[in-house]
Design a protein around this ligand. Structure first.
Ligand SMILES: Cc1cc2nc3c(=O)[nH]c(=O)nc-3n(C[C@H](O)[C@H](O)[C@H](O)COP(=O)(O)OP(=O)(O)OC[C@H]3O[C@@H](n4cnc5c(N)ncnc54)[C@H](O)[C@@H]3O)c2cc1C
Length: 466
């Protein structure tokens, strides 16, 4: 057992905050759990679609991290990690950059801290630069991926309602998170109908997916039919295999020469890992996603774990236009739970086998008065058979109610300092047949210096991890 270790979690989103809470529950008080975030608030990112459409205020999906950290005994450091040195186990944090803004006259106040274990949960860095004209700052399209972008998108939406015209919604090549684009298109449709404006607006959905309803996960039973039917029912034109190459003030341009004029456009970009990750040799792939062993641990830096969007999961499908693999909020939370458990095992705080996230995923997508629940168990099919244990999609208004209830439940959990409780695991198992975590087949006793154990885990690598 290592006395008085400092376990540092970078990022306080859907993976980072539950990871910090689970660690605090599992580790004795002698260990410090440090939480670092570039944003002063926790944001429930799935709620940003509704914020951008002006259905709810941003404050509804945010919580003050300083207050939460104090209440739940976390060592809170607001700031942006700008450098990581895995050899010295040291991080540099830019304190001024907590909101991403440089404050005139304020000297940059960097601070350095050391860690014993590091959990990287920094989510998505938006690759807006890959498509000229993409994004709200310096480009012509909206995004709903960050709180700041959602507020800009909302202002543009309010202006648009006074002067409606064609809408273009979609995702850029390489994107892996499609659910919010469908939600935005279908919720916008619903709102425009409600306001009696729909006949003045055409809606086009441009997607690199090979078919509508793919959502980065192929062959989910009924997903294609249910999604395509809904888009048709709502008179939304779908352009599949669309490779957006540029955007100008008036239109979105595709690689095949087609152009789609818009008055309002929301295009999801592809994602990368955070900048500091990409700067560490051997830490990540070229996009900044961190390779992981089944226990979420880095194969070459045994004290580093990744959870959520930061973790690398390869898209197994070869598609005409490249797409990524979606990493849902639920997947992020389960990865975080596994990370906390495995660090607690390594520190000797609990006696148990190491845990592996099953990546059995459930996603509720809200589409106005109806919704679709997509279930893929697991998200990545068996590499040998190409099959999953179970996968299907179901449509109904109940999805909208469940999604709203889940948001309230998740925010309550984050307020009260709860990660993934037993009753949630039991509920997912009973209602949807989903198992969240499993034991690593050969239990390992791994310590910081136990490289042999790490290589033992490497040989047990679940081939579904890309
Ligand atoms: C618009 C939208 C809607 C979505 N809807 C759904 C949905 O309905 N259902 C679903 O399951 N999933 C949904 N997702 C996916 C879900 O939001 C993600 O899976 C989840 O947020 C990933 O969690 P994360 O912790 O990896 O990243 P995040 O939740 O984004 O958290 C990342 C954190 O890291 C911090 N950070 C970043 N860089 C640094 C740095 N250098 N230093 C310090 N801190 C840093 C950020 O400030 C943030 O706190 C949606 C995604 C989007 C964009």
């Amino acid at each position: 057992m290592i006395p008085m270790s400092n376990v540092v979690v970078i990022g306080a989103g859907l993976a980072g905050l539950p990871a910090a809470y689970e660690l605090r529950h599992l580790l004795p008080q002698a260990h410090t759990v440090t939480l670092i975030s570039s944003e002063p608030n926790f944001t429930f990112i799935p709620g940003l679609v509704q914020v951008a459409l002006n259905f709810k205020p941003l404050s509804h999906v945010q919580l003050d991290l300083a207050r939460l950290a104090k209440r739940h005994h976390l060592n809170w450091i607001p700031g942006k990690v700008v450098k990581l040195d895995p050899k010295t186990r040291c991080l540099r944090i830019s304190r001024e950059a907590a909101s991403g803004e440089h404050i005139e006259g304020n000297p940059r106040t960097d601070t350095e801290i050391e860690y014993d274990y590091l959990v990287i949960a920094t989510g998505a860095s938006l690759a807006l630069d890959l498509v000229p004209g993409l994004g709200p700052h310096g480009g012509y399209t909206q995004s709903i991926c960050t709180p700041d972008h959602a507020l800009t998108a909302r202002q543009a939406w309010v202006d648009f309602l006074n002067n409606p015209g064609p809408i273009v919604i979609g995702a850029a090549p390489g994107a892996g998170c499609f659910g919010p684009a469908y939600e935005f298109a279908l919720m916008a449709d619903h709102e425009l109908r409600r306001k009696g404006l729909r006949d003045q607006v055409s809606i086009t959905y441009l997607t690199p997916e090979p078919y509508a309803g793919h959502l980065g996960v192929s062959n989910v039973k009924h997903a294609r039919r249910l999604t395509a039917e809904l888009m048709q029912e709502k008179d939304i034109t779908v352009v599949e295999n669309a490779a957006i190459t540029a955007v100008d003030k008036q239109a979105v341009h595709l690689s095949d020469g087609q152009t789609y004029p818009f008055k309002y456009s929301m295009i999801l970009p592809s994602f990368r890992g955070a900048g500091f990750i990409r700067e560490v040799p051997g830490l990540s792939d070229e996009k900044g996603f961190i390779p992981i062993l089944p226990t979420q641990r880095h194969p070459d830096f045994p004290e580093i774990y990744a959870a959520g969007v930061s973790a690398k999961l390869a898209q197994p499908d070869k598609t005409q236009v490249p797409i990524g693999l979606p990493k849902s909020g639920q997947m992020a939370e389960v990865m975080a739970t596994a990370v906390a458990h495995n660090i607690a095992v390594e520190l000797g705080a609990i006696q148990d086998s190491l845990k592996v996230p099953t990546l059995e995923a459930l996603c509720f997508a809200e589409f106005g008065e109806t919704g679709i629940a997509y279930i893929a168990a697991p998200v990545l099919p068996d590499p040998k058979t190409g099959k999953r244990k179970r996968s299907y999609a179901v449509r109904g208004p109940w999805v909208v109610w469940v999604k709203a209830a889940f948001e309230e439940y998740f925010m309550a959990k984050m307020r009260t300092g709860v990660g993934l409780p037993w009753f949630e695991k039991l509920g997912l198992r009973t209602l949807f047949g989903l198992k969240m975590l499993k034991s690593l087949s050969e239990p390992l006793s791994v310590t910081l210096s136990d490289r042999a154990a790490v290589s033992q885990e490497k040989t047990a690598v679940n081939t579904t991890h890309g």
